[in-house]
Each structure stands twice: as structure tokens, then as C-alpha cells.
Design a protein around this ligand. Structure first.
Ligand code: KG4
Ligand code: ZN
Length: 341
């Protein structure tokens, strides 16, 4: 083993640590935070406290599960941003301390770039294909919705993004309106399986260029169910599956529409999906179907690599490590950290 990278992720409400050796995953541990569920969303103050409690046990577990000793680690990579400041501070401070005590490089990682690079994580003994450059990545999460042109592991350009809500937020906010638990995306996915995607039509707002807009959809959905509930109390409950299927169908169509336009515009025929919403079965099916129809090379991450995890931080840090792109000890987390090519 020449490059053993410990990755630390703490940007939102998951504390995660992973070990990657020469690009091969050895462990990926995640501690979620149930505490937010009863508030219907992530409470930043509670998130940073929980990270503080979870980080040492999670890192310890990831190192042990990888079958390595702390002294084997070549570098520590951490999420510098974007994310919640209080949460980022926990991972950054821990990583700085570890890098100092072990005398190893500290490597900052952009969380969004990391979501894209999950496609390069290799499983032990598995030589699955990886996307060739350039490719287009549709990154869809609770905080972001972006179309990214990926030219190299560390060279990416945002071609389009949401101007208001993220796709995950659209799922979660509409789910909340229907009284589903938080986060609502997986619940909508579950109920959609039993429903008719053509039962109802909702607004499909458009934004300029390759950008997205989802706030109009949420408003149209709100007015629709409010009016129907007035006429027929119990409408939501009776038609839950059809509502979920139609809403999911609309969100997926909005996402795929701009992707198709960008594909036509750039002529790029290698496509990848990433982020928490990439776990959505309707989107996975539409993405795979689109690629098959066009004869494109399509990459869809396994569900464990869609939501926030430290394996993606470790693989990104690995590519930075190969280029000796290290960070100084005075590096500060950046809640709005961006990336450019
Ligand atoms: O990437 P992620 O774990 O965290 C962020 O960085 O935001 O994404 C979380 C988002 C949430 O909005 C959640 O509802 C959504 O991903 N999500 C889903 C599904 N699984 C997770 N949305 C729709 N269908 C799913 N199966
Ligand atoms: Zn994320």
C-alpha cells in the first residue's frame, strides 16, 4: 500500500470516516443523526454537537475495519465545504489535529466535487469500468442540483444549476405538505411505486440556460393539494400513491430535460449521476433508459455512495494527494466553498 487516505465528512448531518488505499475502498463508516427527525429538518446547532460526539468513534471504527494502524495513514482528507459551518468546523478541527499528531499531509476537499468522484472508488477485487473524460454529471442532492462538465478528476465546470430550491428540497418540501416524515424523498419514491405517474400534472418551471428552478413546482403542488383537500378532506390520503408518482415523474422530467439539452449542446456521450437524489428509483430508471436509448455510456452509483459519505472525500483527497495538493494548518472551513476548473 502506498497511498492510504483517511477521509472525514461532516458537512451536514452525517458524520463519516473512510479509508481508501490506492483508490480501493477498505472501510466507509457513517453515523447518521436521528435527532433532526422530530424537527422536520436539520438543526445546525444540534448537528455540530452530534458530530462532536460521533467523530472519534466513527474514525476509530473506520480505521479498525480497514485493518490498518493509524501509523499507516499517508494523509487525511476532510470536507472544507460547502455545508453548515458548525458541522464543517468539527471535521476540519479533528483532521488538523490528526494531521499534526501523525505528521501527515492535510488535504481539503470540496463536497460537491467529491459527490462526482464516487464513480472512481474501486471495490476490492473489482475492476468495474469508470467514466472516461469528459463526461457530464447530474449532481442532485438536498442542497444542490447541478449539471457539471467533468474534464478531469479535479477539473470541473458547472454548466447549469438550480436558481432556487434543490431537487432534494423539492422532494422533501412536497413530502412535508403531504404529511410524510423527514426526509421525504425516499418516502415519495416508495409510494410512487404504487401510483400512476400521469394522474396529475404540475408546473414545470424553467430557468435560463441550463439552469433549473423548482420553487414554482412546490407552489403549484401546494395550491393543488390545498384546493383538492377543501373539496374532499382526505384527498391526500386517498390519492397518496398517485400524487407521489406524478410529482416524482415531474421532477425527473425536469432534471432529464436540461441534461438532454446539455448533451445536445456539448456532444458529450458519457453520463454520470450523483448525490442523495440519485437513490431515487424513478430517476435511476430514466437515466439508464436515456443512456440506453442514445447508446451512451452511463454510470449510476450504488445507493450507499449516493448520500453523504466519507469514501467520496477520501477518493477526492487521493487524487489531490497524487498531485501533492496539500492544505496548510491555518485553512478554514468555507460554508459556500465553490470549485472551478
Ligand atoms: O446528498 P445528500 O445525502 O445530502 C445533501 O448533501 O443534501 O442528499 C439528501 C437528499 C434529501 O433531500 C433526500 O430526500 C434525498 O436526497 N433522497 C431522495 C431519495 N433518497 C434520498 N430523494 C428522492 N428519492 C430517494 N430515493
Ligand atoms: Zn452531499
Amino acid at each position: 500500500m502506498s497511498a492510504v487516505i483517511l477521509g472525514i465528512e461532516s458537512s451536514c448531518d452525517d458524520t463519516s470516516a473512510a479509508v481508501i488505499a490506492d483508490g480501493v475502498i477498505l472501510s466507509n463508516r457513517i453515523a447518521g443523526q436521528e435527532v433532526h427527525r422530530k424537527y422536520g429538518g436539520v438543526v445546525p446547532e444540534l448537528a455540530s454537537r452530534a458530530h462532536q460526539q460521533n467523530i472519534v468513534p466513527v474514525v476509530d471504527l473506520a480505521i479498525r475495519e480497514a485493518g490498518i494502524a493509524a501509523g499507516d495513514i499517508s494523509a487525511v482528507g476532510f470536507t472544507r465545504g460547502p455545508g453548515l459551518m458548525g458541522s464543517l468546523l468539527v471535521g476540519a478541527s479533528f483532521s488538523k489535529g490528526l494531521s499534526l499528531s501523525l505528521g501527515i499531509p492535510l488535504i481539503e476537499v470540496n463536497h460537491l466535487q467529491a459527490h462526482v468522484l464516487v464513480h472512481y472508488i474501486r471495490e476490492p477485487g473489482n475492476t468495474a469500468r469508470v467514466p472516461s473524460f469528459p463526461f457530464i454529471c447530474l449532481l442532485v442532492s438536498g442542497g444542490h442540483t447541478q449539471l457539471i462538465i467533468v474534464r478531469d478528476h479535479l477539473s470541473m465546470e458547472i454548466a447549469g444549476q438550480t436558481i432556487d430550491d434543490a431537487a432534494g428540497e423539492a422532494f422533501d418540501k412536497c413530502a412535508k405538505l403531504m404529511g410524510l416524515p423527514y426526509p421525504g424523498g425516499p418516502w415519495i419514491d416508495k409510494h410512487a411505486k404504487e401510483g400512476n405517474p400521469a394522474a396529475y400534472a404540475f408546473a414545470r418551471p424553467s430557468a435560463g440556460g441550463f439552469d433549473y428552478s423548482f420553487s414554482g413546482l412546490k407552489t403549484s403542488f401546494l395550491y393543488f393539494i390545498r384546493d383538492r383537500e377543501k373539496e374532499d378532506p382526505g384527498f391526500i390520503e386517498k390519492n397518496l400513491s398517485d400524487l407521489c408518482a406524478s410529482l416524482q415523474h415531474t421532477i425527473v422530467e425536469i432534471l432529464m430535460h436540461n441534461l438532454d439539452r446539455l448533451v445536445t449542446h456539448t456532444g458529450i456521450g458519457t453520463l454520470a449521476l450523483a448525490g442523495g437524489v440519485a437513490a431515487n428509483s424513478g430517476l435511476r430508471e430514466a437515466f439508464a433508459g436515456y443512456g440506453a436509448g442514445k447508446g451512451f455510456d452511463v454510470f449510476i452509483p450504488k445507493p450507499a455512495y449516493t448520500t453523504d459519505n466519507a469514501a467520496m472525500i477520501a477518493i477526492t483527497a487521493y487524487y489531490r494527494y497524487l498531485r501533492k495538493e496539500y492544505s496548510a494548518q491555518d485553512i478554514a472551513p468555507d460554508a459556500r466553498f465553490g470549485f472551478s476548473s
